[in-house]
Design a protein around this ligand. Structure first.
Ligand SMILES: Cc1ncc(COP(=O)(O)O)c(C=O)c1O
Length: 390
């Protein structure tokens, strides 16, 4: 369709940016023989018992609208899950079933922030928070995450950024893009700051099950239950990215308001998808699959780290969570973006420039190891060869 006229659209849609990750991915998809370490998506298929549950649900007639907040049994299963895994009491009324963590974070920004409110967003951070802030007409205040501090927030730097307009802080551990995890003391300290200054925490926790060695996860609702909006997802845990299933845990008053917006944009998450979500959470079979995936990710993580450590110009810390490595490439004297483009041209390997996640990502690239070992080995061979020829 050839379009001659120019369409004038709302200002708000003009201020948000397409993700750089997608851009690179689309460019790479037009090239041949490219290995992508770019996309943050499990290469595993959804466990069979979950797929079977969705098929059964369709046959049983789960083809209608459900309550906006989700099927009561799924909300119960989510509450049960927090009790079982973390010993945390969550009531059904604290749970809202969403179309992935993306919708959960969007709802948090729209529900909690007024025009001009300040929201502290780490730098680097996953791409959607800043765009969500812009849509909510809130002001993002970036909090640097430093390699020497294992990409955890520094509490003094956090305190320095708090003003009278600060309403929310975003936390995401295990972290995308750095693979960092949060220790108990720092998690507690952030919770204390939030309580002392009456700030909400949006804690985005979709990688909570991908932890390695001695790493542990502490859901933020454990330490600041009255101030935390927890976003979570089935996408990564159960390799269900395409299903669009996630949830929010928050105080009931907040959930009640979020449901109003959710009801007008989504209505409800697909009914048979929700039924499959109950199976995912309650069946031993799916948790066995999660553990198998975690073990495989761990092997890949070790493989990638071992290879990167031997390469010239590359420095890398050991990440203990998610499925990302965030090596420092500054010795190449290329910027992150130059490095990513150079690597795509020279080695046909996609990595994401650290600056896609904020200015502080300069000097780093994100490598996703959610891809087969064979591909990872081939990609590491190519990267090593390219670096040796600099
Ligand atoms: C930190 C983080 N939050 C949220 C999401 C969105 O996930 P979902 O598929 O649950 O919407 C992602 C996906 O990559 C992510 O990495």
């Amino acid at each position: 369709m050839k379009e001659k006229r120019k369409y004038f659209m709302a200002h708000r849609i003009g201020v948000i940016q397409r993700s750089k990750i997608r851009e690179l991915f689309e460019r790479a998809s037009k090239m041949e023989n490219v290995i992508s370490l770019g996309i943050g998506e499990p290469d595993f298929d959804t466990p069979n018992n979950i797929k079977e549950a969705a098929k059964r649900a369709l046959d049983e007639g789960w083809t209608h609208y459900t309550p906006n907040a989700g099927i009561p049994e799924l909300r119960e299963a989510i509450a049960e899950y927090y009790k079982k895994f973390y010993g945390i009491d969550v009531e059904v009324d604290n749970v809202l079933v969403t179309a992935g963590a993306y919708e959960a974070t969007y709802l948090a920004f729209e529900t909690m922030l007024e025009q001009g409110d300040e929201v502290i967003i780490p730098d680097p951070a996953f791409v959607c928070y800043v765009e969500d802030a812009k849509l909510a007409e809130a002001k993002p205040i970036r909090l640097p995450l430093r390699e020497e501090n294992d990409f955890k927030p520094d509490i003094d730097e956090l305190l320095e950024r708090i003003t009278k307009r600060t309403r929310m802080i975003v936390i995401n551990y295990p972290n995308n893009p750095t693979g960092a995890v949060l220790d108990k003391e720092t998690a507690k300290a952030i919770a204390d700051v939030a309580e002392d200054y009456n700030i909400y925490i949006l804690s985005d926790e979709p990688y909570e099950h991908f932890l390695y060695d001695d790493a542990k996860h502490y859901p933020m609702i454990k330490f600041a239950p009255d101030n935390t909006i927890l976003a979570n997802s089935f996408s990564k845990t159960f390799a269900m990215t395409g299903w669009r299933l996630g949830f929010v845990i928050a105080p009931t008053q907040i959930i009640r308001e979020m449901i109003k917006l959710h009801a007008y944009i989504i209505g409800n998450v697909a009914s048979f998808v929700q039924v499959a979500g109950i199976e995912a959470l309650r069946s031993k079979e799916s948790w066995k699959a999660v553990e198998e995936m975690r073990k495989e990710y761990n092997e890949r993580r070790k493989l990638v780290l071992q290879r990167l450590r031997k390469m010239p110009y590359i420095k890398v810390r050991e990440p203990k969570g998610a499925f990302y490595v965030f090596p420092n490439i500054s010795e190449t004297e290329m910027s992150s973006e130059e490095f990513s483009e150079w690597l795509l041209e020279k080695a046909k390997v996609v990595v994401i420039p650290g600056t896609a996640f904020g200015e502080n990502g300069e000097g780093y690239v994100r490598i996703s190891y959610a891809t087969s070992r064979e591909k990872l080995i081939e990609a590491m061979d190519r990267i090593e060869k390219a670096l040796e020829e600099i």
